[in-house]
Ligand binder design. Structure first.
Ligand code: PEP
Length: 249
């Protein structure tokens, strides 16, 4: 089954390293049916574009401003990304929510801005350990989803991939279990169905992220309930990421 495999480098690697990474990934994944999206830091996007052109790999950014242009020193706009040939942008990663205080309202504005410039969105949602411990995870991610999608039309959902990333599983080496993933994705599909339609709930692309590695990727990504995976740490090694990206699920 065709899957969506996404790499999130976070703030790792240098632009010079991107050339070799891109060339190796492009070669190693030349025959895959999967959709591969690589999200390096902003500084790497140009060089990645140059060496991924004509390959199976598409390019994503890790963030975008909610504003279109103007007096926002240090920010990167959707039109800048679009102009570079970027197709996707990660919005609402838990590290942006917690370290940079991004709110659900801001995330909603970012999604609208990104979509209006023709960028596709990888929307991250997921609960922390305390919320899970209090048995509130379902309600919490439902609200994150509702708030993020306010004012988004059903026909725009094809430009959105929902990434379920429980915070307690990100970078901890402790992935969510198959049962956790099945339960949460069912809940998210049900929520999308009630917000839009039954068909929208079935069709929405949902990926899982959190401590996917060479030992667990096959079991997780093969799950019929998910459309793919978002991979952080393990994506930094191009051989490991290529192996996961070209696998036949
Ligand atoms: C992430 O940063 O989105 C992520 C899933 O990280 P890791 O794979 O390292 O847990």
């Amino acid at each position: 089954m065709k899957k969506i495999i996404i790499a999130n480098f976070k703030m790792n690697t240098t632009p010079s390293e991107m050339k070799g990474y891109s060339m190796t990934l492009a070669t190693k994944t030349a025959n895959t049916k999967n959709q591969i999206i690589v999200c390096p830091p902003f500084t790497h996007l140009s060089i990645a574009k140059q060496f991924l052109d004509g390959s199976k790999v598409t390019l994503g950014a890790q963030n975008v401003s909610d504003a279109e242009k103007g007096t926002y020193t240090g920010e990167i706009s959707a039109s800048m990304l679009k102009d570079l040939g970027v197709e996707y942008v990660i919005i609402g990663h838990s590290e942006r929510r917690s370290r940079f205080k991004e709110t659900d309202r801001m995330i909603n504005r970012k999604i609208k801005t990104a979509l209006s410039y023709g960028l596709k969105v990888i929307l991250c949602i997921g609960e922390d350990l305390a919320t899970r411990g209090a048995k509130q995870a379902g309600a919490f991610v439902r609200k994150q989803l509702d708030d993020a999608l306010k004012g988004i039309y059903e026909n725009e959902l094809e430009g959105i991939i929902v990434a379920y990333e429980p915070i307690w599983a990100i970078g901890t080496g402790k992935s969510a279990t198959v049962k956790d993933i099945e339960k949460m994705t069912a809940l998210l599909r049900k929520e999308i169905s009630s917000l839009y339609s039954e068909k929208a709930g079935e069709n929405i692309n949902i990926v899982y992220g959190g401590s996917i590695d060479l030992n667990n990727y096959k079991k997780i990504i093969s799950l019929p309930c998910i459309n793919g995976a978002l991979i952080g740490g393990t994506s930094l090694d191009v051989d490991n990421f290529s192996l996961i990206a070209r696998e036949n699920y």
